[in-house]
Design a protein around this ligand. Sequence first.
Ligand code: NI
Length: 393
Amino acid sequence: MIAEKIKALAKQYAPEFIDIRHHLHAHPELSYQEYETSKFVQDKLFELGIPFDIKATTGVIGLIKGRNPNSRVIALRADMDALPIQEENEVPYKSTHDGVMHACGHDVHTTCLLGAAKILNELRNEWEGTIKLIFQPGEEKNPGGASLLIKEGVLDNPAPACIFGLHVHPGLAVGKMSFRAGKVMASADELYITIKGKGGHAASPHLCIDPILIASHLIIALQQVVSRNNDPHNPTVLSITSFKGGETTNVIPNEVKLKGTFRAMDETWRFKAHELIRKMATDLVHSMGGETDLLIDVGYPSVYNNEVLNEIAKEKATAFIGEANVEETEKRMGAEDFGYYSQQIPGCFFRLGVMNKEKGITAGVHTPTFNIDESAIEIGMGMMAWLGSSVKS
Ligand code: NI
């Protein structure tokens, strides 16, 4: 059976791909600057004889054709960028790039997809259709590498019927994977609000328009957007995270700048909420004599796991690593640009366990001590190959 062959190859090739992960981990690159990583992926695909295209400067899109290549097309996605964090792990493959670190496991995702590519390519006479490999730039930073690739036609020619992506999960034990149908991650939009008043002597408030007071009212009023307008069953968050204005005790400043984040899991509600935020900021500030400048920087859409596809992926995982190792993952208000794909075609974004408490591998993603139990790589590359070779579209 193909599953057994994939497992055997994943086991056989794991040491080679752990070395690859070490190389990628030691040479992290920031979003949209993944030049060396992209070149590394291209060289690897070239070595394997897998044809590829370049999109969005550093994105690498490979195609592996099995039997009847037109019968179905499945996309497998990995992200390649790192974060502006100084690594604190003392490991032989520690980041050699000052202030840059693979602290979200994208080195692992890239490695797993390269490993899957090698396996799928070797077994290409044993599965049907075409696999589209998507190595994408810029997952960590707006506008999101996925949105650039989609603009450049990554979901056409050939058009994948569905897409899978995995993400390391430092809260899930190595050996396990976790899945969830429907809403899994939130959209993330950034709020930038400037409130303009009229500054002056703090002892003469009647001669001023106090932007500090107006901003304070607005912060509280904005909480109504979520608490009074949103269906309580619909996860959503509005947080004002920065309040800047004024320097001293006896001066009312001219203006205040607020920043915040708005997150949602329903695209209709999301854009309705933008209107509510805009109207409230404008009307409330006007009613108190001020003026407002409001920018909503629209970020990634929410990640939606197609129910049917998620069920299939879960069944495949159960067959691959056993029922005891397949869990339900929690919803998160974090964002992932996989949302761009999942809003266009059926997608399934699942979690790969990388935690090992005995070995002290428990640090969260986006921290300077994040790391993984590397036995996860064999599972991740095997699972991606197994999904690519066996999911019917
Ligand atoms: Ni990530």
